[in-house]
Design a binder for this molecule. Structure first.
Ligand code: ADP
Ligand code: MG
Length: 393
């Protein structure tokens, strides 16, 4: 990796501002219901603590619209982090100003402090230089371990780096290396599976994967648009009629060799509320007025066959409306098939990860990326602002 990491920095006796992505789901009772993102940064925090640094953690949570909002407080995260670390995690009720400065003033080596939600200030998302300077004034070193927020240029992800030495944390390093290798030097065959609702979110990624992968398997709502571009009547299915040309261009780029594979059968229903009436039909036989909401069993089998010899697999995007039982068989089957492979398996995307968990196989893939938007941006070949500001090696 071309950027400096924690290992390159002197941390003993320092106050270290660590930007993390603690944007986790919290229930009404204030319990963190999925702590994956918290666990993912434990190596960085523990490394700093063992080496005698004081750790100041900052994160966003949800979209509080630039003002304090109890619904988006990070307090429950401090509690959960304390349990995971097995030590006290202090909580500052503010991000900057006296509330934060006092809490930071008390910090000794080996202490951990979590600041309140950085998005309680509109200056955060505006990347306001004065706000960034205030954040920086709390610490001696900036560590960015918030891969999931690295595609955004905010005060706590980029602005702060103008005032402090800035290096990558271990999660950031792992994400950049894993996803970087995927495009630069994948073990072949490299098979990519792309799904999700729409092409429009993922045109850049599709183009790049078309160049780099040996085979692209396409499912989900996005596949409908490709099928429609080929002339099939998708009836009431989700189709992006303004993206038919994009789909045609992508298919033309793939050429006549079997580089792209689309569904051969689909699960259709009168609408998404009526899964019990679903039928599996060939792509050219969707009943009039019905919608395709999952890949069919034959497509799943075809995809499984194509995945079996793969030595590298990247999967982003559910291949159906997996939130609704009845339209989830394709996505859950695909998750299990990918988890059973021996090769390197890399999964990205919030909904895809949710599906992977539903299938009970999240711990059986090589890498689950913690960044949805960030991982897609990176795969498009774009430099992430939160990475660009880190010191070069
Ligand atoms: P990720 O978050 O993993 O990047 P996306 O957000 O791109 O994935 O896509 C996930 C969404 O796509 C899910 O809400 C899923 O229900 C929807 N989806 C997938 N296939 C279909 C379909 N055939 N019709 C409607 N929605 C679909
Ligand atoms: Mg999503």
């Amino acid at each position: 990796m071309g950027k400096k990491t924690l290992r390159d920095a002197e941390v003993k006796g320092k106050k270290v501002f660590v930007r993390v992505d603690f944007n986790v789901p919290i229930d009404k009772e204030g319990n963190v219901t999925d702590d994956t993102r918290i666990r993912a940064v434990l190596p960085t925090i523990e490394y700093l603590l063992v080496r005698g640094a004081a750790v100041i953690l900052a994160s966003h949570l949800g979209r509080p619209k630039g003002r304090p909002d109890e619904r988006f407080t990070l307090r429950p995260v401090a509690r959960r982090l304390g349990e995971l670390l097995g030590r006290e995690v202090r909580f500052a009720g503010d991000v900057v100003g006296p509330g934060a400065e006092t809490a930071v003033g008390y910090l000794k080596p080996g202490d951990v402090l979590l600041l309140e939600n950085v998005r309680f200030y509109p200056e955060e998302e505006r990347n306001d230089p004065e706000f960034a300077a205030k954040l920086a004034s709390l610490a001696d070193l900036f560590v960015n371990d918030a891969f999931g927020a690295a595609h955004r240029a905010h005060a706590s992800t980029t602005g702060i780096a103008a005032h402090l030495p800035a290096v990558a944390g271990f999660l950031m390093e792992k994400e950049l290396e894993t996803l970087g290798r995927l495009l630069a030097d994948p073990k072949r065959p490299f098979v990519a599976v792309i799904g999700g609702a729409k092409i429009s979110d993922k045109i850049g990624v599709l183009e790049r994967l078309l160049e780099r992968a040996d085979l692209l398997l396409i499912g989900g709502g996005m596949a409908n648009t490709f099928l429609a571009a080929q002339g099939y009547d998708l009836q009431a299915s989700l189709v992006e009629t303004d993206k038919l040309d994009v789909a045609r261009t992508l298919l033309a780029k793939a050429g006549s060799g079997e580089r792209v594979m689309l569904p051969v059968d689909l699960v259709a229903a009168p609408d998404r509320e009526r899964p019990d009436e679903r039928v599996t039909v060939p792509v050219d036989c969707i009943p009039a007025g019905w919608a395709a909401l999952d890949i069919g069993a034959e497509t799943l089998k075809l995809f499984e066959d194509k995945l079996r010899p793969a030595r590298t697999v990247f999967w982003n995007g559910p291949v159906g409306l997996f939130e609704v039982p009845g339209f989830d068989a394709g996505t859950l089957g695909l998750a299990k098939a990918i988890a059973a492979l021996d090769g390197t398996t890399i999964i990205g995307g919030g909904d895809t990860i949710a599906a992977l968990k539903r299938a009970g196989v999240a711990d059986r893939v090589s890498h689950v990326s913690t960044g949805g938007g960030a991982s897609l941006k990176l795969l498009e070949g774009k430099e992430l602002p939160g990475v660009a500001v880190l010191q070069d090696r």
